[in-house]
Design a protein around this ligand. Structure first.
Ligand SMILES: Cc1ncc(C[n+]2csc(CCOP(=O)(O)OP(=O)(O)O)c2C)c(N)n1
Length: 664
């Protein structure tokens, strides 16, 4: 029994049994950590982020919630995992990178989720967690499930834009999320006064128009009672809460990084507030805990840890199987391969075809939610969702604040709850503000912990409207280079509707490009009924024998116009989807024509054409009578003045390029 006892506890109506359960719950993560620190010194585990001294927050939160309420913890929240009764052997395997962990050895430490345990682990970037929590809470709210979601952040992580964006979204949409800020004084080596200027996180509550409360983060019962009370209230009356838990990081950022930058007196002061020892000594004091009882509890936990460790160490390191690694980037989905008759239906513009596809997918999937800036009553800046609110209601057609990162995070949260989401980027250029969530969260979560992101990000893209560097970019190559995403880029209204519908059928994240110039300038026949077009099947736009042009998007229309003008016997292939792209159709064409030009609107260096040209050179070299030709835009930002923009685009150079290819 320890003697220090500086924290005052109020048991309220907790029974003796419940107090002992709370004691077991806080002791377990402490004992696991103590064991991990020994294993670390023995070089048997590689990295450790200690939560010693902060356990009361995790334990108080997890014990106060219902078992089926989602928690999104950070790197020091072991108590959340043990509180959800995760098998220790599986947890230890996760830390050791074993296949029997939660990520098949693909991600480390607490970077995993488990729907079974209603836990969504972090990605390293910290802040993105908060947007994901918004999505889970939105799903609960839409389904009227009366559940609370709790998400953690540190005082350091709260400097990230995601903190602001996610709390603001939760406030505007009145989402049942508790944002727990563990204010432990440091973000790595940076003390709070170099991290922020305000005195207290709760001062931010009124700024967002939400409630905010502060608790002693080392007082298990204070955390527990506070969460119990607020969670009960929020379940009935959904809204966010900002909860600041004051605590202290008793060890280094991670074990290898030391603590030299922390003054000793802080350790001395906070040692007296140790959450486990204080709770323990109070339980002794009120006669609920005895030496004998304590010994028994410790023995049970120790035994569980040892058995878990034995099992985890016994498992060999994972043996890589390339096909499995590749396949797991995506959720398996077997798509309908049939295509409807291209010549049926009515003449429609690209924008109308997209609107029709979106409408039909909304009817087909009642769990599909649309989110984007100005997409509700205003109908979006390109009017794609015009009239949708009247038809589907504001719950499913949601105007968002100006915050791409939080909204993409929200879309993943909806997926976790089995819903589908569409995020409309107002312009493809603005995706940079949601980039992290797309390339690190949406793209990687299936590979990491088998959670698909059932999300379509619609991207009004492209130049030709004299809109300058930030409303004209072609940025498909950024996503093409990110495993885990599918990238779709239709060139006709017929394809746009079918491919958009397929994007909503496919449970994987799809980046869907829509060319702004083509919205209202390109028309084709579009069947009125629902149909899909399979991904990975290019279209031969025009057959020819002398050369092949491989292209997509606006490039298709440029190529057709140029070849018609020149009257040449050239085959034109529209890729339609970039990931996956159709190597079979390209190869068959090149075997016939022996010459190829890869053409796109995007800038040339590192564009998609570079990849396709490299693949053709490597795999089809023996069929080529000329080097693979490539044509894209100038390697500059996109200029505003129409004369400059015209020169930037490759359209004026196609004739010369084709002639050189044929003459080689
Ligand atoms: C975007 C990003 N920047 C930097 C880091 C490196 N990093 C990891 S944890 C951390 C400190 C986080 O501090 P805080 O949020 O207060 O949590 P604590 O470690 O104190 O629990 C930093 C800088 C990171 N993981 N992600």
């Amino acid at each position: 029994m320890t003697e220090i006892h500086t924290i005052k506890f109020d048991r309220k109506k907790l029974t003796d049994v419940e107090l002992i359960q709370l004691y077991e719950a806080i002791l377990k993560p402490r004992m696991i950590e103590e064991k991990m620190l020994i294993l670390l010194r023995q070089n048997r585990i590689s990295k450790w982020f200690s939560g010693i001294g902060q356990e009361a927050i995790s334990v108080g939160v997890v014990q106060a919630l219902e078992k089926d309420e989602y928690i999104l913890p950070m790197h020091r929240n072991l108590g959340i995992f043990t509180g959800r009764d995760i098998a220790l052997s599986q947890l230890f395997k996760q830390w050791e990178g074993k296949k029997g962990g939660f990520t098949k050895g693909r991600d480390r430490s607490f970077h995993f989720g488990s729907n079974e345990h209603h836990i969504v682990g972090m990605i390293s970037h910290l802040g993105p967690q908060m947007g994901v929590a918004d999505g889970i809470a939105l799903a609960h709210k839409l389904k009227k499930e009366k559940k609370v979601t709790v998400v953690f952040t540190g005082d350091g992580g709260s400097s990230e834009g995601d903190f602001h964006e996610s709390i603001n979204v939760a406030a505007v949409w009145q989402l049942p999320v508790i944002f727990v800020v563990e204010n432990n004084g440091y973000g790595l080596s940076t003390p709070s006064d170099e991290q922020f200027r305000f005195k207290s996180f709760i001062d931010k509550g009124p700024g967002y128009g939400i409630d905010a409360v502060k608790v002693d983060g080392n007082n298990l019962l204070e955390v527990y009672h506070t969460i119990k009370k607020w969670a009960a209230d929020i379940r009935e009356n959904p809204r966010p809460l900002l909860l600041e838990a004051i605590t202290f990081r008793m060890r280094g950022h991670e074990e290898a990084s030391g603590t030299k930058y922390v003054p000793q007196h802080l350790f001395d002061e906070w040692k007296k507030k140790d959450p486990v020892e204080n709770f323990e000594s109070w339980l002794f004091e009120i006669g609920i805990l005895t030496d004998d009882k304590q010994k028994k509890i410790r023995a049970v936990i120790k035994n569980e840890i040892e058995i878990g460790l034995e099992e985890a160490f016994a498992e060999p390191m994972p043996v890589p199987v390339e096909e499995e690694e590749m396949a797991d980037m995506y959720m398996p989905y077997s798509q309908d391969q049939s295509e409807p008759d291209r010549n049926s239906g009515e003449e429609k513009r690209l924008v109308d075809a997209i609107r029709e596809g979106l409408t039909q997918s909304m009817e087909r999937h009642p769990n599909l939610v649309l989110m984007g800036q100005d997409i509700a009553d205003y109908g979006g800046v390109f009017k794609v969702t015009d009239g949708f609110v009247a038809r589907f209601g504001k719950d499913r057609v949601r105007n968002t604040p100006l915050c791409e990162s939080a909204i993409v995070g929200t879309s993943l949260g909806l997926s976790i709850k089995g819903m589908k989401a569409m995020v409309e980027m107002q312009f493809a250029d603005f995706v940079t503000c949601g980039f992290n969530q797309i390339v690190n969260n949406l793209a990687k979560s299936h590979y990491r912990w088998a959670q698909n992101a059932d999300v379509v990000v619609r991207m009004p893209t492209g130049a030709g409207v004299a809109a300058g560097p930030f409303h004209s970019q072609s940025n498909e190559a950024w996503f093409f280079h990110t495993p885990g995403l599918k990238v779709v880029y239709p060139a006709t209204p017929f394809d746009a509707k079918g491919l958009l519908n397929m994007s909503f059928e496919d449970p994987n994240p799809v980046i869907f490009f829509e060319h702004k110039v083509m919205y209202r300038s390109v028309s084709s026949k579009v069947p009125t009924e629902f149909y899909t077009i399979p991904f990975g099947k290019a279209r031969i736009v025009k057959e020819g024998k002398r050369a092949t042009i491989v292209t997509y998007g606006q490039g298709v229309h440029w190529a057709v116009a140029e070849v018609e003008k020149l009257g040449l016997d050239i085959e034109i292939i529209d890729l339609r989807t970039l990931i996956p792209y159709d190597q079979e159709t390209i190869a068959a064409s090149i075997k016939k024509t022996n010459r190829v030009l890869v053409l796109h609107e995007d800038t040339i260096t590192g564009g998609i054409g570079a990849e396709i040209a490299a693949w053709i050179s490597e795999d089809l070299f023996r069929y080529l009578d000329a080097p693979v030709a490539r044509l894209g835009s100038l390697d500059t930002a996109i200029p505003f003045a129409a004369t400059l923009e015209k020169e930037f685009l490759p359209v004026g150079k196609i004739e010369e390029k084709i002639k050189a290819l044929l003459a080689f």
